[in-house]
Design a protein around this ligand. Structure first.
Ligand code: 5AD
Ligand code: SF4
Length: 483
């Protein structure tokens, strides 16, 4: 989802007027592509550059610095950025002093290639180098191109208070870890975002508290694989060392904070603060996580659990580390402990070697689980990934498309059925803002993450309201506020 402009909505914990640096009066245009983690990173970039004196603008034509925070997950995502760079080229023709920078996964993946290919790029900054942005900008001022794509084993930006971008003042993302150690064979993320590391839980809780105090009512804890969050005050970021020491020493064990502990800590800040998290990983989601969700009503009844494929052969080639039966067992466990918990997923069609039988297995798994929601993609080979090295991208594009269409059609039916089951029931909805379709209607989400639209009445964003659902589409519930 593209984020064409940004406004500073609030910056909890940071007093007004603390700008430093010699950039006052300079304007920053920042646009983000890709996953929620990228949008969350852009809030860190905005904070760093706001401290360096920049003010935000939503108009690239009036900016002094234009940055694109990019995504490499599929080729299509990279093509969109290249297209945007072409547009920037024409702006630069009229405004030669405009500084153009590429941040994020594409910067990390392509490194200096971007300087060679895209002559107009002045700055290339990978996901772990955002603290250096003021310095990199200085370097450009002195007439040189600036590049930093060094990945870090420690950087978590724990001390940086994000500037909330395009926010609604009600819901916010909190990054709890960075990188990924999973090595799913199709995925470029371990190469662009580096090793997994967890952020100090105290800073996470502080950020959540401060958001709550400034009126926010929902936080989503973000990581590529939140179930492997692990932190110890003295043992650094290496999961293996923490696990080993915690097994051997009761004191170390007591000091270790895992994801279930972190969820509990954030959930106890205030019962009015909703807690969501993303993304869970099927091989790692533990019974403790499921149990802690049950203990706290304000941890939302929704788990995003990407399955990718319903075929064991494909899952093996994807190096996902679980089987179809394992996945189904996790779903059974979730539903037995938390009745009514929504489950959403990601699915890839046309991965290397995928047959019609594999596709049938994916469709049958979808039917069996009855996913409430899904993100669905055609496989896109990423250079340098284990799949690109080991397997042939041998499913023709039209077959990938046909299979994707089958998956989308089935999910459309399942999402509609899921919403139909919710009609006639009362939902506790956190109001987020005006409905896109009508300014006489508001929208919010229920605990299962379904969007609910209802007439405005007297409520406002940030309120909790009870809504009786009286209609639905596959994407939305409609209803009326009661009580
Ligand atoms: N091709 C298609 N989809 C991909 N994803 C990750 N890598 C690829 C790729 N090479 C999808 C997965 C993942 C989601 C974030 O993006 O489904 O869960
Ligand atoms: Fe990529 Fe797998 Fe890590 Fe997700 S868990 S970011 S799909 S390697």
């Amino acid at each position: 989802m593209e984020n064409p402009a940004y406004n500073i909505i609030s910056n909890p914990g940071k007093p007004e007027g603390t700008k430093t640096g010699n950039n006052s009066g300079k304007k920053l245009f920042l646009e983000s592509y890709g996953c929620q983690m990228n949008f969350s990173d852009s809030e860190i970039v905005a904070s760093i550059l706001s401290d360096a004196g920049f003010t935000a603008t939503g108009n690239v034509h009036e900016s002094d610095v234009a940055l694109l925070n990019t995504c490499s997950i599929r080729d299509h995502a990279e093509q969109r950025v290249r297209h945007r760079l072409d547009e920037f080229q024409s702006v630069k023709k009229r405004k030669p002093h405009l500084v153009i920078g590429i941040l994020g996964c594409m910067a990390e993946r392509l490194k200096t290639k971007l300087l060679e290919e895209e002559k107009i790029v002045d700055i290339i900054a990978g996901p772990d180098s955002y603290r250096q942005l003021p310095l990199l900008l200085k370097q450009v001022e002195s007439g040189r191109k600036a590049i930093n794509t060094i990945l870090s084993a420690e950087e978590t930006y724990a001390d940086i208070t994000p500037v909330r971008i395009n926010g609604n003042g009600v819901t916010a993302f909190i990054s709890i870890m960075r990188g990924c150690d999973n090595m799913c064979s199709f995925c470029v993320v371990p190469f662009t975002r580096g090793r997994e590391r967890s952020r100090n839980p105290e800073t996470i809780v502080e950020e959540a508290k401060s958001l709550f105090d400034t009126g926010y009512r929902e936080v989503t804890l973000l990581g590529q694989n939140v179930d492997s969050y692990l932190w110890h005050p003295l043992l650094g970021t290496k999961k293996e060392i923490i696990k080993e020491k915690a097994n051997a020493d009761a004191e170390d064990k007591a000091d270790t904070v895992g994801f279930p502990d972190l969820l509990g800590l954030v959930a106890t800040i205030n019962p009015l603060l909703r807690v969501r998290f993303s993304t869970s990983y099927p091989k790692d989601i533990s019974d403790e996580v499921i149990n802690v969700m049950m203990k706290h009503e304000n941890i939302c009844r929704h788990i995003h659990l990407p399955v990718q494929s319903g075929s064991d052969d494909v899952l093996m080639r994807m190096n996902r580390g679980y089987t179809r039966d394992w996945y189904l067992d996790r779903v059974k466990k979730i539903r037995s402990v938390i009745p009514g918990c929504a489950i959403s997923t990601d699915i890839i069609t046309g991965f290397c070697g995928e047959t019609e039988d594999d596709q049938i297995m994916t469709l049958s798994l979808m039917d069996e689980v009855r996913f409430d929601f899904a993100y669905m993609f055609k496989y896109s080979e990423r250079p340098g990934t284990p799949a690109a090295k080991k397997y042939k991208d041998d499913v023709p594009d039209e077959i990938k498309t046909k299979r994707l269409q089958e998956v989308i059609a089935l999910q459309q039916k399942l999402s509609l059925e899921s919403n139909r089951r919710a009609v006639g029931k009362i939902h506790k909805v956190l109001v987020e803002g005006k409905s896109k379709r009508s300014d006489k209607h508001l929208f919010g989400r229920n605990t299962q993450n379904a969007v609910v639209v209802f007439p405005e009445g007297t409520c406002k964003p940030g309120d909790y309201v009870n809504v009786i659902a009286d209609g639905c589409t596959a994407a939305t519930l409609t209803g009326k506020v009661i009580g």
